[in-house]
Design a protein around this ligand. Structure first.
Ligand SMILES: Nc1nc2c(c(=O)[nH]1)N[C@H]1C(S)=C(S)[C@@H](COP(=O)(O)O)O[C@H]1N2
Ligand SMILES: [Mo]
Length: 416
């Protein structure tokens, strides 16, 4: 049995058992016809094609955004483009809807011209082409990438008109394929004393970050050229990017062109001026690499409208520490909690979908989810999160997300 599934078998209770209980009864009573008489007749279909598009009835779009709270902007001003989690199912984000964060636009790189230089404190500096990388042993792994800015809309106040795409659209999960970092490290014969690595992008912004070579990072980082079975999309780093499972989105350097090994961090502007965390006491925290335990209800969520009676609650949970151990849901404003079911596969550092039956009595209430990961980290409620962090900070917001529901069934973003 694969490693990932062993724990699940032990605690099968919390994984989906597809028996028609409350949900079946509620749905059978709303489903109507017992014949297909009203369904349009069958006929010849459209021509087959070189690649498929979505149904014209399925409208799925990211939303480009400039600074937090500024939406409906000229796409040339966009710094982010967010994943529509309210319209997605399952655990994997479609490739074209994986969120996008680029500091200087998307470069148009010819892979035959692209090179990866690996140098610094190494025995043998080397330059690789994309084809060189594709000839090496590869790993394939499903992981989330999350921008440190995910959730920043709700640091200070909650705009009631936000959807889950606005509040949590800067995290996505894809399958990535590439060469293990440790394979490249061996090829260039890295010095024992070189405990840091600088990774540099080939875009106009030239984003570069210093990464500590902990055992975990040496084991898990890889240079990816594949995304959901195809070459990386340009927005996500074509022809190659760094993949850092569980760590800040910003470290997953796109359009990767250089890895340099050294004995200390380089203190680039990205880790001094930009990706630092201003704490309550006015001091700034540097190198906060790991993404925390998080979750959000995507169904029902901001700007939706629900009906009294049976509703299915569903959402996504993830942690940069490893696997999600459990997700609890409260439908009474965090007074009482019930454990949700998790859908397989449950993978380390990947988003997992949770779900639960709910009978809404039609009275105003609040719904909220809270995740716990396998290392025992519990997603904090907003009050304790703000008590610990203050409101100066901008990054790594992982407080529980509350949606309020009024008597008309309108779902809105609230702080708690
Ligand atoms: N070279 C380069 N790498 C980059 C960036 C960039 O602007 N340039 N953005 C970073 C940030 S802030 C994030 S959150 C992730 C986003 O990856 P994605 O666009 O594939 O979702 O890429 C990171 N890597
Ligand atoms: Mo980011």
């Amino acid at each position: 049995m694969p490693e990932e599934f062993r724990d699940e078998v032990l605690s099968r209770r919390w994984f989906l058992t597809a028996t028609a209980g409350a949900a079946g009864a509620a749905i059978a009573s709303t489903a109507s016809a017992e014949t297909l008489a009203d369904v349009p007749d069958r006929g010849p279909g459209a021509d087959l094609s070189a690649h498929s598009e979505r149904s014209r009835f399925a409208k799925l779009d990211r939303i480009p955004e400039s600074t937090p709270g500024k939406r409906n902007i000229d796409p040339s001003d966009a710094i982010n483009s967010k994943t529509p989690h309210q319209k997605l199912v399952g655990n994997i984000t479609p490739t074209d809807l994986h969120y996008e964060r680029s500091h200087s636009g998307v470069p148009d790189i010819d892979p035959s011209q692209h090179r990866l230089l690996i140098h610094g404190m190494v025995g043998r500096p080397l330059v690789f082409s994309v084809d060189d990388l594709k000839r090496m042993p590869s790993v394939t792994r499903i992981v989330f990438i999350e921008c440190t800015g995910n959730g920043w809309e709700n640091w200070k106040k909650a705009d009631p008109d936000l959807t889950v795409q606005n509040t949590h659209g800067l995290v996505s999960t894809n399958e990535w394929t590439g060469v293990p970092l440790k394979f490249l490290v061996d090829l260039v014969a890295k010095d024992k004393g070189a405990n840091w690595m600088l990774a540099e992008g080939g875009d106009g912004a030239g984003v570069d970050r210093s990464i500590p070579l902990t055992d975990e990072i040496m084991e898990e980082a890889f240079v990816a050229y594949g995304q959901n079975g195809e070459p990386l999309r340009p927005a996500h780093g074509f022809p190659m990017r760094l993949l850092m499972p569980g760590f800040e989105g910003n470290l997953n350097i796109k359009w990767l062109r250089r890895l340099k090994f050294g004995a200390a961090p380089w203190m680039t502007r990205w880790e001094t001026a930009r990706y630092t965390q201003l704490l309550a006491d006015g001091k700034a925290r540097q190198f906060q690499f790991r993404m925390e335990t998080n979750s959000v209800i995507t169904q029902p969520s901001g700007m939706m409208q629900i009906q009294p009676g049976y509703n299915r609650i569903s959402g996504l949970a993830w942690s940069g520490h490893g696997k999600i151990a459990k997700v609890e849901i409260s439908t009474d404003g965090a007074k009482t909690w019930k454990q949700a079911q998790l859908t397989l596969p449950l993978l380390s550092k990947a988003q997992v979908r949770f779900q639960m039956d709910w009978d809404w009595d039609g009275k105003p209430t609040k719904i909220v989810s809270r995740s716990t990961d396998e290392k025992g980290n519990v997603q904090p409620d907003r009050a304790s999160f703000i008590a610990a962090m203050g409101t100066n900070a901008l990054f790594h917001y992982n407080a529980q997300q509350t949606w309020s529901i009024d008597e008309a069934g309108r779902v809105r973003n609230v702080l708690a």
